[in-house]
Design a binder for this molecule. Structure first.
Ligand SMILES: Nc1ncnc2c1ncn2[C@@H]1O[C@H](COP(=O)(O)OP(=O)(O)OP(=O)(O)O)[C@@H](O)[C@H]1O
Ligand SMILES: [Mg+2]
Length: 605
């Protein structure tokens, strides 16, 4: 039902503290609205009392009828009728006041849960996001927030008033006749106990059903994301059948849950019928024996009916309640996990004065069982040096820059920037000083202006345009109908690959960090555009330390130093000319790219 609290949870300091126990989590979300919750409890109490006192008022009316069969009727009925009126009016006012409080608190509670979970989620590592569907995470957050609201309403608007109803009606019955009161009290006690027990047993069914629904959701999101693949392979039928398999599982799980609930309803109906008949028979006997009045007779049957109605409600609410609790537990399970990469306590901001990067005895593998990517890697990149990384696909180039950004944590060894271990500085300061143009840049579905200005939020329109011009993006942006206000589609799909890359370049140029990492930054551009941007990039590099990855060797040939990667090792390094002279790995790569031959003078160089 709910997870045990895990004291060993590692949490980023800037993430909110979130309990991992379901009930504590809900209480934590609601705790901010203590005052409103108290007020709501009061209003619900008033409403429940009003509801329950109706049979009491009817009793007063009936007794008046019995005692005054003749005479001035209005006089006799005045008080009981006034009571009835007061009670009804009170019920209406209390219930609407509670409704108003719900409107004030409901959306705010949902906002708070969403905020808390989102803030917590933000601090997870790239590895976490790599292994969860983005769509599924968003779905989890909103489902958890809705379920926190529902569980809160269940307690405030269902369980609490029902508890009041039971307590008051049993007290009234006990006053009328202790035997009758005890009979109903025993029934209520047993009924609540059984309902609760049955509902907890239903929870695994409900949770499985919810999990299947989430899975189907994930499958649909995946199928929609890949719809172009399905079309290109003419597999639309296949996708429908594939989805049908999961939908069928959902049907089966749904049936299991609903059959179980149906069994619970059988229990409910039989128990209710027994109480109804039992109370009437019992009360009739009491009236017959002259122990209770007509009014007391009608009140007790009225109360019994009220209790039955509420009790039936209660079972349904219990079932729903445990379903929502299950949803919250699922949400906590997915999101409130240890953060893999966090700032150390008292972490200091990184101070980049020169931009020297050093890998010291770095050992890294992605997963425990996976083959190592780097074994005892030692590299020093001098301040202001421009370094090119080349090597076959999968040789570890992107991983190398990922480690500098601390996207992953090496199993051992250190990475130092200007002598500061990157694990000891704040991640924010690290990311402010190191810019990356990734291999496959993705953009926000926001305007081009917002995407380019992302690195410096206070930037002016002119500066954005200047950066775009440097990245050779200004002219294509100007030609778009909405210019800089154009939206780019999810992840930037409305732009061509090369356009997206140019926006990513402009964004980084504007950020102007002292260390620049380029992972195939210009790979999608035609040679002409690439050459122009290259010049601007070279200018923008200025005195920065630059690490540039490229498959097209001509883009990095002019850099100060080239590192050749092969299976996580640096097999050669030196300047372009020096490497050609070595006639090794780099030389072969270069020869192949130059069309199988190199100019004579370069060969002998
Ligand atoms: N997120 C990841 N989880 C697990 N393994 C990964 C992950 N990213 C990369 N790898 C593995 O690590 C190795 C190095 O990958 P990396 O992305 O660093 O190669 P690369 O040199 O950048 O290749 P490319 O030139 O194709 O971009 C590969 O074997 C790859 O399968
Ligand atoms: Mg790569």
């Amino acid at each position: 039902m709910s997870k045990k609290p895990s004291p060993s949870l590692q949490r980023a300091a800037s993430a909110p503290f979130l309990p991992t126990h379901t009930f504590s989590f809900i209480v934590y979300c609601v705790s901010k609205f203590r005052g409103l919750v108290l007020l709501m409890l009061l209003m619900e109490t008033g409403q429940a009392l009003g509801n329950i006192l109706v049979p009491y008022a009817i009793k007063a009316v009936m007794d008046a009828v019995a005692q005054h069969p003749v005479g001035p009727l209005l006089e006799a009925f005045k008080l009981p009728l006034l009571i009835l009126l007061g009670i009804t009016l009170g019920e209406v006012l209390f219930s609407r006041a509670s409704g108003a409080l719900l409107i004030i608190m409901g959306p705010r509670l949902r906002q708070r849960t969403n905020q808390l979970l989102f803030a917590y989620l933000q601090q997870h590592s790239p590895r976490y996001f790599g292994s969860h569907f983005a769509g599924a995470l968003a779905h989890r957050i909103s489902e958890t927030a809705i379920s926190v609201n529902h569980t809160t309403w269940s307690v405030l608007c269902d369980f609490w008033p029902i508890a009041i109803t039971f307590a008051v009606s049993i007290t009234l019955l006990l006053q009328a006749n202790s035997g009758l009161g005890l009979f109903v009290a025993a029934w209520v006690f047993l009924y609540v106990l059984c309902s609760y027990w049955l509902a907890t047993r239903c929870q695994p069914y409900a949770q499985n059903y919810a999990a299947t629904r989430s899975l189907v959701n994930g499958k649909i999101v995946d199928a929609v994301t890949n719809i172009l693949n399905a079309k290109l392979f003419a597999r639309l039928d296949f996708e429908r059948d594939y989805l049908n398999g999961f939908l069928e599982a959902e049907v089966q799980q749904g049936r299991k849950t609903f059959w179980y609930m149906e069994r619970v309803r059988w229990f409910q109906f039989i128990a209710a019928a027994m109480l109804k008949i039992g109370t009437i028979v019992y009360a009739l006997q009491l009236w017959d024996a002259g122990i209770i009045s007509v009014g007391e007779f009608s009140m007790s049957t009225g109360l019994a009916l009220l209790i039955i109605g509420d009790a039936r409600n209660l079972t349904r609410r219990f079932l729903e309640f445990f379903e929502y609790i299950g949803n919250v537990a699922n949400g906590i399970d997915t999101i409130v996990k240890s953060h893999e990469i966090i700032d150390v306590p008292e972490a200091q901001p990184l101070v980049v004065t020169r931009g020297r990067i050093e890998f010291r005895q770095v050992n890294f593998r992605y997963e425990e069982q996976a083959a190592p990517v780097f074994t005892n890697l030692n590299v020093v990149i001098e301040p202001g040096q421009r370094v090119g990384l080349v090597g076959f696909s999968g040789s570890g180039k992107s991983t190398f820059v990922s480690l500098i950004l601390r996207n992953y944590q090496p199993q051992s060894g250190q990475i130092l920037i200007d002598g500061q271990d990157i694990t000891q500085v704040t991640q924010d300061s690290l990311h402010q000083q190191v810019s990356l143009i990734p291999q496959d840049p993705s953009l926000f579905h926001r305007s081009l202006k917002e995407n380019i200005g992302y690195g410096r939020l206070d930037v002016s329109a002119a500066e954005i345009q200047a950066a775009a011009a440097m990245a050779h993006a200004d002219s294509f942006i100007q030609s778009m109908p909405q210019g800089y206000d154009s939206l780019v589609g999810e992840r930037g799909v409305k732009l061509s690959g090369g356009q997206r890359q140019r926006i990513a370049i402009a964004r980084v140029m504007l950020k102007d960090a002292p260390i620049l990492l380029l992972d195939e930054a210009t790979s999608s551009l035609d040679s002409l555009t690439e050459k122009t941007i290259q010049e601007n990039l070279d200018n923008a590099m200025g005195k920065k330390t630059v690490i540039a990855i490229a498959h097209r060797l001509s883009t990095i040939a002019h850099l100060d130093r080239i590192l050749v990667f092969d299976q996580g090792r640096i097999v050669e390094e030196g300047s372009h000319q020096a490497l050609l002279t070595q006639q090794g790995f780099y030389y072969r790569l270069w020869s192949m790219q130059a069309g199988g031959f190199l100019p004579e003078e370069q060969l002998v160089d």
